[in-house]
Each structure stands twice: as C-alpha cells, then as structure tokens.
Design a protein around this ligand. Structure first.
Ligand SMILES: [Zn+2]
Length: 167
C-alpha cells in the first residue's frame, strides 16, 4: 500500500491510497481520481503535505508510508469514482482518521479568529498583532486580496460538522 499526498486545482489536499505506483498511474489515466471535497478531476501529486499554519507551529503531515524517493514524477492518484468496495470503504475510514488527526493538530496549534480572519491576518502581517498561527473563515475574494498583499493563506476545507472552511 502506498500513500500519496494529492491536491486538486482548487487547493484541496488529501491522501490517496494505492496498491502501487502503477495502480495510481492507471487510476489517474482513467480519470478515476477525484477530489473528495469538490469532486475536481484535476488532481496532482504533491511531494509533501501543505503547511497549514501561517507562521507559528509546524507543518502538518499525516503519518504513513513514506513516498518513495524516486516519486518525483508528478503522477496523480485519486479516489476511485466507483461505488466503494468493502476494502475501499476501509481505506476511506483510514483516510478520514488521518484527516481528522491533521485537523485536530491545526486546531490545537492555531487561534480561531472566526470571521475576523482576513483582518487578523493583515494585522499579523503588518506587525500590529503578535505573530501566531490563526484560522478562521474568509471569502474567496478576501483570500485573493490577502495573497495579493503577500500574506500566506492556505485554504483548508473542514470535515462536515466541524464548521466552515479553515484557513
Ligand atoms: Zn478540490
């Protein structure tokens, strides 16, 4: 079993579990890989999990099989679009757990500023607030203008039931 860090064009990141590199390549080839958050089929393999905090704290990485050193080819695995087999369902459960674990890490290491996210991110960026990792909600428009200002923002979809998107 191999675990790849995958991402879609919208910036969602997730893990894909494959029996082998070939398995991944075939699923991608056949368009079976899709983003679990937005169903995008434009999936690419990432070399590492995204950094979730703005500044404070470390990066979030799920534990699992290491990506082989020769995995530089930007292959792209995804999730099968077919109805899940019992094995696939088990895989999904594992992925979900890894995801929730990562979410907990983020929540423990960032301050929730809710709807004031964009404002607070700017204050930190311009030195008006103490530097720290924050999360909260913002609109795509706000996110774009933050990025235009050189402020690092990572879209982070939350599992259903935990609230709106994290940043
Ligand atoms: Zn997506």
């Amino acid at each position: 079993m191999k675990v790849f860090d995958l991402g879609c064009e919208a910036g969602h990141s997730f893990e894909g579990w494959f029996g082998s590199d070939d398995d991944y390549a075939q699923q991608k080839e056949r368009g079976l890989l899709e983003c679990p958050f937005c169903a995008s089929r434009d999936i690419s393999k990432r070399l590492s999990a995204p950094r979730l905090n703005l500044r404070a704290g470390g990066s979030v990485r799920s534990e699992g099989d290491a990506i082989p050193a020769d995995a530089e080819v930007p292959a792209v695995p995804a999730l099968p679009a077919r109805p899940p087999s019992p094995e696939a369902a088990a895989t999904m459960a594992v992925m979900q757990q890894a995801w929730l674990k990562a979410m907990r890490h983020v929540i423990e290491n960032t301050e929730d500023v809710g709807g004031r996210f964009a404002e607070e991110a700017r204050r930190i960026h311009y030195g008006e607030s103490p530097e720290r990792g924050i999360r909260g909600q913002t609109t795509p428009q706000e996110r774009e203008s933050l990025i235009d200002e050189g402020i690092e923002v990572v879209p982070l979809p939350m599992p259903k039931g935990l609230g709106g998107p994290l940043q």
